[in-house]
Ligand binder design. Structure first.
Ligand code: NAP
Length: 292
């Protein structure tokens, strides 16, 4: 790295539980294969390339990784790639995992089963080669009560397997419900340019309560698992042209400008596997720099 290289710290830092990390993290969902995430026929990513993507991200200042045991393709597991690339882990690296969804060994999605949460936490521990998980998000679907599931994770936190708990894909009332059971340090929801008023309000609510907000699909947007294809928004193209940057950079910069100035969030975990794109993320376009 040259002395002139901009690193992820250029976007400021934020607080995740009892840790301070740089604002732009690394999302591991696309690490195991090329093309659409979770597509059964997508070609696997070369193992050495995936390892080098992870190490390069850390070189560029990333010290927060978002992953899950269910991020795997027929030949690769994101957690095992992270373990291989980065263990023994640097002391300042925070690895966030998520549980709730499960896939069978062939990759087919399984129905959510609250009784599987302990096993999913243990699977993450095994794959990452750790004795505890820094942050575990309960990823849910729908508006039902999450008390039983969050309570099960709170017990694992008390038992020392998990340091901090978060929530993903939630509605505001579910955050309130969880907080009555155990502290919630982060919320990971879909958020970016064009976010719904409900998500905007949830972001502000989290800011007021000093809960980290970690958006997903900040760049991919409505293309979701397909990844960033041609941006559908002509205004984004226009602004990108005016700044001489890519539409992805504009989307990322927009997200970094949201939220209360007193609280450094949203803090996206971006999922690029391109070294050039990772370098661009480390130097966001006119990104507001805020410090805790
Ligand atoms: N909790 C949940 O329910 C949930 C759901 C989805 C995702 N997630 C997490 O959130 C992370 C981020 O979501 P995401 O994967 O959709 O990531 P994203 O960062 O919004 O989008 C990634 C896509 O954008 C492209 N891209 C990134 N930077 C670019 C640039 N500078 N120029 C052009 N293209 C660029 C990437 O392609 P290149 O590789 O070619 O750069 C990739 O196709 C995931 O990895 C995962 O960890 C969580």
């Amino acid at each position: 790295m040259t002395p002139q290289t901009t690193t992820a710290s250029a976007s400021g830092t934020w607080t995740l539980g009892d840790r301070t990390v740089n604002r732009i993290g690394f999302g591991a969902m696309r690490l195991t294969q090329h093309g659409e995430a979770f597509a059964a026929d997508a070609p696997p990513r070369d193992r050495d390339q995936a390892v080098s993507v992870l190490r390069r991200a850390l070189d560029l200042g990333v010290n927060h990784i978002d992953t899950a045991a269910f991020y795997f393709s027929p030949l690769r597991s994101a957690n095992e790639l992270i373990n291989r690339a980065l263990a023994p882990y640097p002391h300042d690296l925070v690895i966030t995992t998520k549980v709730g969804p499960g896939r069978d060994p062939s990759g087919h999605w399984l129905p959510h089963a609250p009784g599987q949460l302990r096993g999913q936490v243990q699977e993450n521990l095994r794959q990452l080669g750790r004795d505890h998980l820094d942050v575990v998000n309960l990823r849910i679907v729908g508006t039902d009560s999450i008390a039983e599931r969050f309570g099960a994770l709170a017990e694992l936190r008390t038992a020392g397997l998990i340091r901090h708990l978060g929530l993903s894909n939630i509605h505001p009332h579910q955050l309130t419900e969880a907080q009555a059971i155990a502290p919630v340090v982060c919320v990971q929801n879909m958020y970016g340019l064009g976010a719904s008023p409900e998500q905007q309000e949830l972001l502000d609510h989290c800011g007021r309560q000093r809960i980290a907000f970690v958006p997903f699909y900040a760049i991919a947007g409505t293309a979701r698992t397909a990844g960033a294809t041609t941006d559908p928004n002509p205004h984004v193209h226009e602004i990108a042209r005016a700044h001489g940057v890519s539409t992805a950079q504009i989307r990322l910069a927009w997200t970094l400008h949201q939220g209360p100035t007193s609280w450094p969030s949203p803090a996206p975990a971006t999922a690029t596997t391109s070294p050039e794109h990772r370098r661009q993320h480390a130097a966001p376009v006119a990104g507001r720099t805020r410090h805790t």
